[in-house]
Write a protein that binds this ligand. Sequence first.
Ligand code: CA
Length: 358
Amino acid sequence: MKRRDFVAAAGAATLLTACGESKECETGSAVSTSKDVIKWSMVTTWPPGFQGLGTGAEYLAEQINKMSGGRMQVKVYGAGELVPALQVFDAVSSGSVQMGHGASYYWKGKLPAASFFSSVPFGLNAQEMNGWLLQGGGLELWQELYAPYDLIPMPGGNTDIQMAGWFNKEINSIEDIQGLKMRIPGLGGEVLKRAGGTPELIAGGEIFSALEMGRIDAAEFVGPYNDLAFGFYKAAKYYYYPGWQEPGTTLEAIINKTAMQELPEDLQAVVKAACLSANVMMLAEFSQKNSEALQTLVEQHQVEVKRLPQDVLDRFEEISEQLVVEQSQGSELAKRIYQSYIDFKAKSVEWKKISQSL
Ligand code: CA
């Protein structure tokens, strides 16, 4: 603790002891509890209260509040409440708010290599993402990438592998991808385009009507948990897997560097530990809710679950590998990020063949 802080804390303790519970001290004391509380705002890319993701951000804030013993108070704002979803990065970077929650691939226009820290097609799964980020040097690279923006990133959740999506057209071969109009954002959308399809950018809340009205043939969103809540089974015939486009999406917590540095060391540790707690709890939630929701979709709503044909997956993978290389072309740092990611993946593939063969 810095000397200045120590003196202030000691002063506060003396005042509280001296005043006890007497009335005049409540207003007279310069050391009211509300003044001492460090108040942070957390802006998010999620609709307020959005299942799994928005509630994950709320859990994170709650953990900081609790673990700090009330010395910190983090208030969460859904997308559009304080800033629009896609301005979260800039808002935290500028310091107008202290914290944000979203996904790094939203910033790929600014930083193409940022995609590696959320998910890339045919990339690492959730468990591997944690291995790479937390033990394999990934987080250090992520911090290096965000440092010029005065941002400290932390993993703050994971959706686990997603589903390939909802289709009103049966996919029997790569031919069926030709002209397929599908809601699929990001790098996955670019893969679909290069494979002959037409990716459409449609916000989550408009997917249902687009599917129902036949404006699109297919749509990917998240997985059974979120997809069941949005009722997509009422608007599409087939539910395809696997989620090649997002095999284990990490969500990010971003913290303004100056705001972080102004915290005493114990509270800095609290913020980081709360992020890691949110990271594991969200994955646990998706793991439990996805399996439950899948059962509901199949048994109650008679959803037909199908695997994408191997030739389609092979073609997508071939295109993805090329596309992923392109994300590393921007800078020397982007190349190092790509190399680190690909090296981890190559080793992990061999381990997975053995470890997941049970
Ligand atoms: Ca998705």
